[in-house]
Design a protein around this ligand. Structure first.
Ligand SMILES: [Zn+2]
Length: 401
């Protein structure tokens, strides 16, 4: 007896660039097998979903978000204990949008004082897989404003950030997200409030020292970076994941590929520079860089973002929309639809170090699956067209009833 059979679907496994018309057998939260439809017809299961005409693909992975911390205050205006409720509300929006795995950030917030442990615990009570990157943030105000995951609810100074502090952040970090800010962020503030947005706040020696601290305890490190020279500093220090990377040159994409440094692109904004264009993301993929696209939710759209006039503030429900200009550009230049969708499944799972468990529909991977009216991004960008969301083999969202 199988727990769940999803039969007759148009399978986008991500392992194959072609669509397969097969059935998924699910047991104990995992994909136990992928079989021909006529074989699945003869099998018994506690639940059977006939997905004829529907696209069946892995649950989405948004590998760079701030939904439990900055977006609780930003979106819900919570400043006290209700931070955790706001976080869970944001996580539910993810699940309803087809996102089953999140790469979250705890960077410290000057007002919100919920601890790392409490935020991790709140996330454990959701159906999502949530991993947390812990780090320190620098906002480009005058003077610069620093925060750290280890000091929630207060502002700190650069002098508070010694080697022991970075080691403490490394211990708590679960994936290479924005562990450090090499350039000060504009955050979600209007330009006149962040005159130091984009300013380099760590020099070459600082970056090298911090990368080595993370590596010395076996942790990978990611960084918020814009500008070619700053990107070069992080690459020469052997950092692992570049977040945003706005302003990277074509030669730098080749260097990233050679050193196996990953890129998390945010084509809608996130730094003081113009965001990644569809052509830059194309150059990155062509060079062989493992490239993901993430929402950085919640994040306002940069005025120079390509093809996003209809969005103001990017949240979980906008993941398809921010991918659309890039995916169409890539597809016109010979990338398959599956290769495009890997940026929000397989490649994002690689960024989070979860590619052995999720990111493709393969035998013995987690049964994190979405069932859609068509091919996401190409056929639709609304999240109502994600009809069902299955997490760990259980139907969590069903919009067909
Ligand atoms: Zn971010």
């Amino acid at each position: 007896m199988w727990d769940l059979i999803i039969k007759n679907g148009r399978l986008l496994t991500m392992d194959s660039t072609k669509e397969l018309n097969k059935s998924l057998l699910i047991k104990d939260g995992l994909i136990a097998d992928i079989v021909e439809n006529n074989i699945a017809e003869k099998l018994d299961a506690r639940k059977v979903i006939d997905a004829e005409g529907l696209v069946v693909m892995p649950g989405l992975v948004d590998c760079h978000t701030h939904l439990g911390e900055y977006a609780t205050e930003g979106v819900h205006k919570t400043v006290g204990k209700s931070q955790k409720m706001a976080a869970i509300s944001n996580y539910l929006d993810c699940l309803k949008s087809g996102i089953t795995t999140l790469g979250e950030h705890i960077l410290g917030h000057p007002v919100l004082s919920t601890t790392i442990g409490e935020l991790k615990e709140a996330a454990r009570h959701t159906a999502l897989t949530v991993k947390f990157a812990t780090g320190t943030c620098c906002v480009g105000t005058e003077p610069l404003a620093y925060t750290s995951a280890l000091r929630p609810g207060r502002s700190i100074t650069f002098d508070d950030l010694g080697d022991a502090h970075y080691a403490g952040l490394a211990v708590q970090s679960e994936f290479p997200g924005e562990n450090i800010f090499i350039t000060a962020t504009v955050a979600n503030l209007p330009t006149h409030l962040v005159p130091n947005g984009g300013k380099r706040i760590l020099d070459r020696q600082d970056i090298s020292r911090i990368v080595n601290i993370f590596h010395s305890i076996g942790k990978k490190i990611g960084a918020h970076i814009e500008g070619a020279e700053n990107i070069e500093f992080f690459m020469s220090a052997n950092g692992d994941v570049i977040h945003h990377g706005h302003g990277a040159t074509p030669q730098q994409f080749h260097e990233m590929a050679r050193k196996n440094i990953y890129l998390v692109a945010t084509p809608h904004g996130g730094t003081s520079s113009a965001p990644n264009t569809p052509d830059e993301i194309y150059q990155s993929l062509k060079a062989g860089v493992t490239t993901a696209i993430a929402t950085d939710a919640y994040l306002p759209v940069h005025p120079e973002a390509v093809g996003m006039d209809d969005i103001e503030l990017v949240g979980p429900k906008d993941l398809f929309k921010i991918c659309k200009p890039t995916f169409e550009y890539l597809h016109e230049r010979g990338f398959s639809k599956v290769d495009c969708l890997k940026m929000i499944t397989t490649n994002a799972a690689k960024v989070m170090g979860l590619d052995a468990e999720i990111g493709t529909l393969s035998r013995l991977k987690k049964a994190d699956i979405i069932i859609c009216k068509g091919i996401p991004v190409f056929d639709f960008t609304d999240t109502d067209s994600v009809l069902m969301v299955i997490k760990d083999g259980l139907v969590e969202i069903d919009k067909t009833i």
